[in-house]
Design a protein around this ligand. Structure first.
Ligand SMILES: Cc1cc2nc3c(=O)[nH]c(=O)nc-3n(C[C@H](O)[C@H](O)[C@H](O)COP(=O)(O)OP(=O)(O)OC[C@H]3O[C@@H](n4cnc5c(N)ncnc54)[C@H](O)[C@@H]3O)c2cc1C
Length: 264
């Protein structure tokens, strides 16, 4: 690990000020991705600004057809939240299957979406539900937020403060997990609500994406057999020691059909 200055922010405004004042500052939520990166000397920030003391970022609210989750809320808290489980059970279920208990106790929803790991689970929920990312200065729709591998619409000094999700009629998430890390080799989040049908795929490509052909077919007939003949092209999909692009393309169809069946 290289040397850096450590700061503990007391508010979002304080964190923004500290970030703007740093030469090359980095925010820290639970540190689940940031700390290994620092330990392996893959990053060399001048300053680390710890968000952990900002209580306002840990709030959960369910009201007016919306679930609001503060950026610092851990995966375990989402998994154990009765109001979230009642409003969007698929969201609580997704959080329950992230990583292991240690990761779920430290990892946060804000850190996960800001990091936009191509195999992370939450990006599928945000895109699959049509969520909104709130920052210290604006709101960004999930459709506009995820830009590419580890890339988002966030400015370098912008802080995610909360995510809001619309409560939908039905939703389900199915993932084929890497048996070691539990990251998604492929995960598909399907929802049906007043805004229509959404199908979001994580793990398969450089970043989470929507399967629009499946969305159209499911809008006409919301059942697994409606998407039986729809395939996703393997061109451009991820290929690594865990799974080739062809296998991932096949898994997208399997996970999507399972998710639709689980919605019933
Ligand atoms: C062993 C292991 C297994 C895992 N398995 C899974 C899995 O199965 N599924 C899955 O989805 N994830 C998995 N993860 C990732 C984990 O869920 C964390 O969410 C992720 O590592 C981010 O961690 P964090 O929230 O502690 O953020 P940090 O590591 O603190 O930060 C991550 C990045 O986000 C930035 N950041 C943090 N908070 C904010 C904010 N509020 N605004 C703007 N930028 C911010 C930081 O500057 C940093 O660049 C795993 C991680 C590990 C180590």
């Amino acid at each position: 690990m290289y040397q850096f200055n450590y700061h503990r922010a007391t508010s979002v405004a304080d964190a923004v000020a500290k970030l703007k004042g740093a030469g090359d500052g980095k925010l820290m939520a639970g540190g689940m991705t940031l700390l290994p990166t620092l330990k392996m000397r893959l990053a060399n920030p001048s300053d680390v600004i710890d968000l952990g003391g900002i209580a306002a970022l840990r709030e959960i609210a369910v009201a007016n057809g919306q679930v609001s989750i503060g950026a610092l809320v851990t995966h375990d808290t989402v998994a154990q939240s009765a109001p979230i489980a009642q409003a969007i059970p698929a969201l609580a279920g997704l959080a329950l299957h992230i990583g292991d208990p240690q990761v779920r106790n430290r990892g946060t929803i804000g850190g996960s979406v800001a990091n936009n790991d191509p195999a992370a689970d939450y990006p599928a929920a945000l895109l699959g539900l049509g969520a909104t990312v709130h920052t210290d200065r604006r709101t960004i729709t999930a459709d506009a937020f995820f830009k590419g591998m580890f890339e988002t619409a966030l400015a370098a000094d912008e802080i995610v403060t909360k995510i809001t999700f619309p409560v939908v009629e039905r939703a389900a998430y199915m993932k084929f997990p890497n048996p070691a890390s539990r990251y998604a080799i492929v995960g598909v989040f399907v929802s049906k609500g007043s805004a229509g049908v959404r199908v979001a795929v994580t793990g398969a490509g450089a970043s989470v994406f929507r399967a629009s052909d499946m969305e159209k077919a499911l809008a006409a007939s919301f059942q697994a057999k409606a998407i039986e003949g729809i395939t996703v092209s393997a061109a451009g999909l991820n290929s690594d020691i865990h799974a080739g692009a062809d296998y991932r393309a096949h898994l997208v169809g399997v996970m999507a059909r399972r998710a639709v069946t689980a919605c019933a």
